[in-house]
Design a protein around this ligand. Sequence first.
Ligand code: SF4
Length: 163
Amino acid sequence: MVDTAADRSPGREPILVSACLLGLPTRYDGASKRSQTVLDWLAHEGLTPVPVCPEQLAGLPTPREQTRFASGDGHTVIAGSGEVRTISGRIMNDPFLHGARATLQIARLTGCRRALLKERSPSCGVHRIHRENAIVDGSGVTAALLIAAGLAVLSEADLPAPD
Ligand code: SF4
């Protein structure tokens, strides 16, 4: 039988966190977006971060070409419309959906019921995304799939400002 998170003794609550927010150099440009606010909040709340980068889980290289929505957002991509494209025009819906499903699988394996994701990313954006050359309301593909699966999904923009 497979040992799942639910079978193990209780510990600190695990939470999925965008790897780049934790300081891992997973972004398309090979950089990180380490956030002290995020690290402080996780420590304050007593949470155990489970780092995930949906685009790396999709098998994409780092660095990689920048990607943004050409139309729609993560919710519409999951529904079968909407389009994620690289700057040079390559359609990326399939790898982004693959990365989103892999991230959801990790959430289930680790017992995560919450996620803290990087705002404005085409995978991780929770409230805002890049569409063409604008920043608009919408969710990334992974955020949308986690929301649809019933996880509580926050971005770093939802955290209280540091004292
Ligand atoms: S896909 Fe998410 S975790 Fe990966 S670099 Fe982009 S924002 Fe960070």
